[in-house]
Design a protein around this ligand. Structure first.
Ligand code: NAD
Ligand code: TYD
Length: 352
């Protein structure tokens, strides 16, 4: 008996698999296409571990997925596989439709066929957990209530629209075929193994190399930050106790404006890696052209997850951020290896 984790070599997927195996739960089959965002090295500490198997492949490869489901006696699928960077979705939305929409559909269909052949008991206990984002709900005004599970979907970027489409497909497979699906919509994560194209790891990376810390527009956009290990804890809770067919919002009650996030990173680096001569990393902050369609504010109401499943985040934004920065300082080799030529080309074009 195993669980199948897709997108397992990415940021959240790798944290999830490492924590899951560390907790001694079911065996894991990790499936990942290893796009620019996927890194086999994230799971290298599990090489030789009998409870883990890595398979290079895509969620849209129905034959491969069907074979894995049957041969590994899969009891649950956790779907992290996605194109996940909003800025890249603005430049090239096609890959987001291919993986997030068509890929999720093909994965779902392979899972449905496998699931329909299981015994009634195994059908009941089977779960398909789709890991999604708060960005499907659109943007909040400063005084609006945080997103609850009942908010309408109003995606504003191609990324958010592709995730919204995938959520709808997952929901429809629950309603139409009875597949025991679960959807989680989580706020912005940060932590170890975060690819340095997203705000927090990019700022840590650039600060340490004396480069500009780019803030889009006025830098006052608000995100609700959650330490990645707390997201993984929420996913384990939803898999174990979530009601099939339900959506659970996941968030850290840590709303911060981007400018404050960047200043917090600078403050911690000033303490851990002082520049000397009364200089501060905050001097590197630079305001750049805003992102088109930039959502102003996200905030999550996670009361359903807390009251039904007893989940609580263990880290505050401050404690999680310090852990993240220390991880980056201790793993500079990882950062160097993931910032390959292709990544440097993207940065050169995007921030030109
Ligand atoms: P990521 O970009 O770091 O990782 C995505 C992984 O999916 C990579 O390893 C990549 O190689 C793999 N992948 C891409 N296309 C694939 C395909 N067709 N088949 C198999 N594997 C494929 O993303 P992440 O930040 O770890 O996000 C994981 C999931 O969580 C995504 O679905 C994302 O929408 C969602 N999410 C992310 C955040 C966040 O703050 N990062 C917040 C909420 C939800
Ligand atoms: P990001 O990490 O890309 O996540 P998302 O767009 O999914 O929320 O961006 C977080 C916030 O930081 C978002 O408001 C955009 C902003 N941002 C910058 O100001 N500068 C940057 O260089 C990046 C990558 C993001």
């Amino acid at each position: 008996m195993s669980i199948l984790v897709t997108g397992a070599a990415g940021f959240i997927g790798s944290n999830f698999v490492l924590d899951w195996i560390g907790a001694g739960l079911e065996d894991v089959v990790s499936l990942d296409k290893l796009t620019y965002a996927g890194n086999r090295e994230n799971l290298a500490s599990l090489d030789g571990c009998a409870q883990h198997r890595f398979v290079l492949g895509a969620i849209e490869d129905e034959a491969l997925v069907s074979d894995l489901l049957a041969s590994e006696n899969v009891t649950a699928v956790v779907n992290f596989a996605a194109e996940s960077h909003v800025d890249r979705s603005i430049v090239g939305p096609g890959a987001f439709i291919d993986t997030n929409v068509v890929g999720t559909f093909k994965l779902l269909d392979a899972v449905r066929r496998y699931w329909s052949g299981l015994s009634a008991d195994r059908q009941d206990s089977f779960r398909f957990l789709h890991v999604s984002t708060d960005e499907v709900y659109g943007s909040l005004g400063p005084d609006e209530l945080p997103f609850s599970e009942n908010n309408p979907y109003r995606p504003n970027s191609p990324y958010a629209a592709s995730k919204a489409a995938s959520d709808h497909l997952v929901r429809s497979y629950g309603e139409t075929y009875g597949l025991p699906v679960l959807i989680t919509n989580c706020s912005n994560n940060y932590g170890p193994y975060h690819f340095p194209e997203k705000l927090i790891p990019l700022v840590i990376h650039n600060a340490l190399r004396g480069k500009p810390l780019p803030l889009y527009g006025d830098g006052r956009q608000v995100r609700d930050w959650l330490y990645v290990k707390d997201h993984c804890g929420a996913l384990r809770a939803v898999l174990k106790g979530g009601r099939p067919g339900q959506t659970y919002n996941v968030g850290g009650e840590s709303e911060r404006a981007n400018i404050d996030v960047v200043k917090s990173v600078c403050d911690i680096l000033d303490r851990l890696r002082p520049l000397g001569h009364n200089r501060t990393y905050a001097d590197q902050i630079t305001f750049v052209k805003d992102r088109p369609g930039h959502d102003r504010r996200y905030a999550i109401d996670a009361r359903k997850l807390k009251s039904e499943l007893g989940w609580r985040p263990l880290e505050s934004f401050e404690s999680g951020l310090e852990k993240t920065i220390r991880w980056n300082l201790d793993n500079s080799g990882w950062v160097e290896r993931v910032t390959s030529g292709a990544y440097r080309d993207w940065v050169a074009r995007h921030y030109a």
